[in-house]
Ligand binder design. Structure first.
Ligand SMILES: [Zn+2]
Length: 307
């Protein structure tokens, strides 16, 4: 309160100087500064005089108005973000003899391209989970109509089909990979060299576990083995530390979250439906499942869903 009334007085002083003749003001101020400095010398250390000098020097720089000191503003941290996180598995032609599950998990390259084209045309801006995290923790701005594109399991088509299409559109993708099939160089999964190439091109390679197993009710050691294991493998092979995790088959419990936190993860995605996110639920982020049976119309309906 004291500071406030003090600065009001200073403000009034500047106003009076202006009334005396605006063109003369710079000279008058310089003279005032010199005089005040001269008189301040013998009593240097007396804070009132030094403060006056500071005020007089500052005042003319802001259109003749007194410089008002305000506390540094605290950044506004948003409470929630509405960001659809799309969940894909396979993006490929339907293999011969595919069962119902495989058909459900497979979006054809043609349908996928149409979905990307729609996102581009409708003004959506794909971002990463890190972007979402920085928005919710530090208020870093998100672009208009943000959307996250996630791909589970690290199948070979993620590299062969999804990656080139995302590059074509300039969209970042988020890929949740498994260490064991990559270590074994399974032909159905992307290789570590491919993951590194994608990571270098701006794709986010994140953790899905060492193996695709239900993590509920496991010992601490086992969880560390699965969760830290995939994190270290990705870090080793791409040079980038993954900060996000996708629960295998969407299954988790409190211990899984605790181990993720202790390993330095910033969040995890589920397979539950939703697109509202808060800092408090970063380890239970909902997604929108895109199915093989989706038409472009149902794809758009999912994006615009209010749930
Ligand atoms: Zn999976």
């Amino acid at each position: 309160m004291y500071e406030e009334s003090h600065s009001t007085k200073r403000h009034a002083g500047i106003r009076r100087l202006r009334i005396g003749g605006t063109r003369l003001m710079p000279w008058a101020l310089s003279l005032a500064v010199m005089l005040v400095l001269a008189f301040a010398m013998p009593v240097s250390g007396h804070w009132e005089i030094l403060q006056t000098v500071e005020t007089v020097e500052r005042a003319p720089s802001v259109d003749g108005e007194a410089f008002v000191l305000e506390p540094t503003p605290t950044p506004i941290i948003p409470e929630r973000a509405r960001v659809p996180i799309l969940m894909y598995h396979y993006v490929s032609e339907i293999p011969p003899g595919a069962d119902r599950l495989r058909r459900d998990l497979t979006v054809t390259p043609e349908a996928f391209r149409a979905q990307l084209q729609y996102l581009a045309d409708a003004g959506y801006h794909p971002v990463t989970l890190t972007d979402l995290y920085l928005y919710l923790t530090q208020g870093y701005p998100l672009p208009e109509k943000p959307v996250v594109l996630t791909f589970d399991d690290g199948y070979r088509d993620a590299y062969e089909v999804v990656f080139p299409l995302l590059l074509e559109y300039g969209f970042p993708g988020t890929f949740f990979v498994l260490a064991t099939p990559m270590h074994q160089e399974s032909v159905d999964y992307m290789t570590w060299a491919q993951a590194k190439e994608m990571s270098d091109a701006g794709m986010a390679i994140e953790g899905h576990g060492r193996d695709h197993v239900d993590l509920r009710g496991r010992s601490n050691d086992y969880l560390v083995y699965q969760i830290l294991g995939i994190q270290e493998a990705i870090h080793y092979h791409t040079g980038r530390l993954p900060r996000f995790f996708a629960y295998p088959s969407g299954q988790y419990d409190a211990n899984v979250i605790a181990v993720l936190r202790s390993a330095g993860y910033w969040g995890a995605v589920t397979t539950d439906w939703g697109q509202e996110h808060t800092l408090g639920d970063m380890f239970e982020m909902d997604r929108l499942r895109i199915r093989g049976s989706d038409t472009l119309e149902s794809f758009v309906d999912k994006l615009e869903d209010d749930g």
